[in-house]
Design a protein around this ligand. Structure first.
Ligand code: PMM
Length: 255
């Protein structure tokens, strides 16, 4: 099981804030993750937390591309990959040009009409996450009769869309989208049924790190619960966990 380390380049991501320090802080966190044994660094410039507003394309490019360019020279020799966490085809394209080799699209092609064909052309692994709409009002879409079956069938629709736009089967990775249009009980039901997602036959990425369903009043208070989640997922056959802290998860996995 692999560890994907989260590198969010958003104004609230680095404690000392300020645009001047943002690039340096992001690059040094990326290099720190490499030294901790990360497998993939997931770089994103748009917050997808519940309630978050969208950022414009120019700002997303400004936040992410320089970080990728600066980290890219260090990744290959350490056997690490960079993924770009974006819903925009243009950002995915620029990121791959700058050195990213995986596209992580939380909307699974539903936000940008050009995304699936762009991913097909770029011919890199493409992560398709279960998504019902933008963060601003996604909580109102957390309505299910059977969350596991519905999440699976909606993911299957996205798999079909990706394949029909030319994304190769061997490049597809799926993600149940913990916390995206899902209440706490929905997230836990999905976690308990992880074998059904693995059985779909695609590598499965799970991103539960520090999310609200883990309890606690702030993201920092959810670190222990995040580590326990990785312990729980360890033997389910999933491909990777997407987490903020790399080291404890590498330890749990035992690599
Ligand atoms: N979660 C967030 C952002 N990107 N990508 C994937 N594939 N899966 C996720 O669960 C996911 C994601 C939001 O979490 P953050 O604000 O802590 O980055």
């Amino acid at each position: 099981m692999l560890v994907m380390g989260i590198l969010n380049v958003t104004p609230d991501s680095f404690a000392d804030g300020g645009k001047h320090n943002e690039l340096d802080a992001a690059v040094s966190r990326g290099l720190e993750m490499i030294s901790e044994g990360v497998d993939i660094i997931d770089i994103g410039g748009e917050s997808t937390r519940p309630g978050a507003e969208r950022v414009d394309e120019e700002e997303e490019l400004r936040r992410t591309i320089p970080v990728i360019e600066k980290i890219a020279p260090y990744v290959e020799k350490n056997g690490v990959k960079i993924s770009i966490d974006t819903m925009r085809a243009s950002v995915a394209k620029a990121a791959v040009k700058a050195g990213a080799t995986i596209i992580n699209d939380v909307s699974a092609g539903q936000s940008d009409q050009e995304m699936l064909s762009t991913a097909a052309k770029l011919n890199v692994p493409y992560i398709a996450m279960h998504w019902r709409g933008y963060s601003k009002d996604m909580n109102s879409k957390a309505v299910y009769r059977d969350v596991v079956s519905e999440t699976i069938s909606e993911l299957e629709e996205r798999i079909h869309a990706a394949l029909s736009q030319g994304v190769k089967k061997e490049n597809l990775i799926i993600d149940p989208g913990l916390g995206f249009a899902k209440d706490s009980e929905h997230n836990w039901a999905i976690i308990d049924a992880m074998d059904r997602f693995v059985d779909l036959g695609y590598p499965v990425l799970v991103g539960g790190s520090r999310k609200r369903f883990l309890g606690g009043d702030s993201p920092d208070q959810r670190e222990e619960a995040t580590i326990n989640l990785t312990k729980k997922l360890k033997d389910t056959g999933i491909w990777a966990v997407r987490v903020h802290s790399v080291k404890p998860h590498k330890e749990v996995i035992g690599q």
